[in-house]
Ligand binder design. Structure first.
Ligand code: ZN
Length: 262
């Protein structure tokens, strides 16, 4: 090997080492050092059903989680204004699915949420067709660590009383993805002995959607990961309705998310 060749390899190795250190150094999480703003509590009370149902101690835990999320994850508007309510709705969408896991203080795979100005009519939203996911997306490849949400869809999810909530939908995808595969089985959340029963139930419930015998939105029949996300929206938005119509599914979702919503 020539000296130039050896030098080149040496530089490459040093480069790789530096890149490795930069990529894998633990990111220090910022901790809130100010009280939760009173006007934020009022906004949560007004707009977030899930928060409204909590007792005072749980509300305080929810607020701390939301505050810490907002310190550590950037919310960026792409051609739209982002105000306090938008930030709080993104943070609530993140908090709701993992509220049953007090040790989960953050989504390790998320640095930034981008809000887009997409507009669409109410009936497009209600149909939950093939285009459903353009309202939100979890980034892959170079978009890893980012989530995209339509700002009007985010707001509508919290305003309406139906089964849909795009913010919750996308954060459930992120939880599903956190074990390395987006497959409808959130392995960090569900104890191992329930994995097979859960996958069996998904198959059965997807079949029921296709046969028109399910209250779960049609989009849930496109794949197991979409089933989990759509069923989770239903679970958090209309728990009593889901419990009445699909008791077995309801019970399994309570087990996955460690939350008693009955
Ligand atoms: Zn989806």
């Amino acid at each position: 090997m020539t000296i130039a060749g050896a030098l080149l390899i040496g530089f490459l190795l040093i480069g790789l080492l530096v890149a490795g250190i930069l990529l894998f150094r633990p990111v220090k999480q910022k901790v809130p050092d100010e009280p939760f703003p009173k006007k934020w509590s009022a906004l949560l009370e007004e707009h977030v059903n899930f928060y409204r149902r909590l007792d005072p101690a749980e509300k305080e835990r929810f607020e701390r989680w939301v505050q810490s999320f907002l310190l550590n994850c950037e919310i960026t508007g792409i051609g739209v204004e982002v105000d306090d309510l938008d930030r709080l709705l993104v943070a609530s969408s993140a908090a709701i699915p993992i509220f049953g896991f007090p040790n989960w203080t953050r989504y390790p795979n998320l640095r930034e949420v981008l809000l887009y100005p997409d507009t669409f009519s109410d009936d497009t939203f209600a149909t939950e067709g093939e285009d459903r996911d353009v309202l939100g997306m979890v980034g892959w490849g170079y978009m890893n660590g980012k989530m995209i949400l339509s700002k009007p869809a985010l707001r509508l999810g919290f305003e309406q009383t139906g089964r849909s909530n795009v913010g919750i939908h996308e954060f459930v995808h992120l939880l599903d993805k956190s074990d390395g595969s987006t497959d409808g089985l959130p392995e960090y959340l569900l104890e191992r002995q329930y994995a097979i029963p859960w996958l069996d139930l998904i198959r059965k419930e997807m079949e029921a959607i296709r046969e028109g015998e399910s209250e779960v939105g049609d989009y849930g029949s496109t794949s197991p990961s979409e089933f989990l996300a759509v069923a989770a929206e239903f679970f958090f938005q209309r728990p009593h309705h889901l419990e009445k119509e699909h008791p077995e599914l309801f019970e399994m979702l309570e087990r996955i998310f460690k939350q008693d919503l009955s």
